[in-house]
Design a binder for this molecule. Structure first.
Ligand code: ZEM
Length: 294
């Protein structure tokens, strides 16, 4: 039977959510993004993007395992993987929304959270397709599938080629580091990449190219700080994008042209969010583009 009663979309006891139902979930996420103004830079947007990325970025194209279809980060061991430290904050944010809209799977909800966060933080439209099914803990992915920030370009290629991405796509995805910050009690690293960590921009690429980056002198893991203000950071893997020629040509392009970045970022995020999701072509609606609340 139906999990919802009294919905306009309910027909013959079988609830088939429509665009407007997903838009309601989107709106609920959007309204709550800034509800706790003492959280980080005033928005849950960045950590929701990180949750959607870590749910998706476990995908292995050879075995078809991992990816956003399953939301296996709900369980130990995956939720306790070092790479996922701090994402409890994002999963907790999502829980009351799941309770309010119990018909949506966690795996569709977490990806919708990433979509809503990007759009509400003034990013490009991210077309969305539902259809993910939650899996049980047996589907948890092994540790080590997500990138390690202390490593170099060959590690980035190992990790992202395994998901099926190319060099241009690796650089476009990395522009997400315009958003949010590192936390010493999560990854061990510290600080934001840009001066506007709750707005999607191409500032990450501009700063990579235009600032002088020095090793930060501290007891924490090796990271870089900008020479001018010493308030911004780059990870070793961020610097790899300008040390490697094939990567750097894309950093140059995205630093010069924010609309090119927005177009490529939208395309590559859709690809990331749909890795390993078995959409049924016959029953699948066209991708949904949600209205922003701003
Ligand atoms: Zn991140 N990321 N990431 N990333 N990331 C952090 C934070 C955020 C790497 C990484 O090690 C880290 C992508 C790619 C890569 C976001 C989105 C995306 C942090 C800090 C680290 C250490 C975590 C903390 O301490 O809270 C590495 C090595 C990557 C390889 C290229 C991709 C791709 C992303 C999305 C498309 C976001 C939004 C954050 C900020 C989270 C927050 O809470 O503010």
């Amino acid at each position: 039977g139906s999990v919802l009663s009294g919905s306009a979309s309910e027909t013959k006891g079988l609830f088939t959510p429509k665009f407007e139902d997903y838009q309601k979930v989107y709106n609920e996420i959007a309204e709550r993004l800034e509800e706790k103004d003492d959280y980080d830079d005033g928005s849950y947007g960045p950590v929701l993007v990180r949750l959607a990325w870590h749910a998706s970025g476990t995908y292995d194209k050879e075995t078809g395992t991992g990816g956003s279809n399953g939301a296996t980060m709900r369980f130990s061991p995956e939720g306790d993987h070092g790479a996922n430290a701090g994402l409890q904050a994002a999963r907790d944010f999502m829980e009351p929304i799941k309770q309010k809209f119990p018909w949506i799977t966690y795996s569709d909800l977490w990806i919708l959270g990433g979509v809503a966060a990007i759009q509400e933080m003034q990013g490009p439209a991210i077309p969305y397709r539902p259809g993910r099914q939650d899996k049980d803990m047996a589907a948890c992915t092994p540790d080590g599938r997500l990138p390690d920030a202390t490593k170099n370009q060959s590690h980035l290629r190992d990790i992202f080629y395994r998901m099926g991405f190319n060099d241009q796509e690796i650089v476009a995805l990395s522009g997400a580091h315009a958003l949010g910050r590192c936390h010493t009690d999560r990854s061990g690293f510290s600080g934001p990449w840009t001066f506007s960590p709750t707005v999607v921009t191409n500032e990450y690429y501009k700063l990579l190219l235009n600032e002088k980056w020095n090793w930060k002198k501290w007891n924490g893991p090796k990271q870089l700080e900008d020479k001018t203000t010493k308030t911004l950071m780059m990870l070793p893997t961020d610097m790899a994008l300008i040390q490697d020629k094939a990567f750097k040509q894309w950093v140059d392009k995205y630093a010069k042209d924010e609309s090119l970045f927005f177009k490529d970022f939208s395309n590559v995020i859709v690809k990331l969010f749909e890795l390993g999701v078995p959409f049924e072509e016959t029953t699948q609606q066209a991708p949904m583009v949600f209205k922003t609340t701003a």
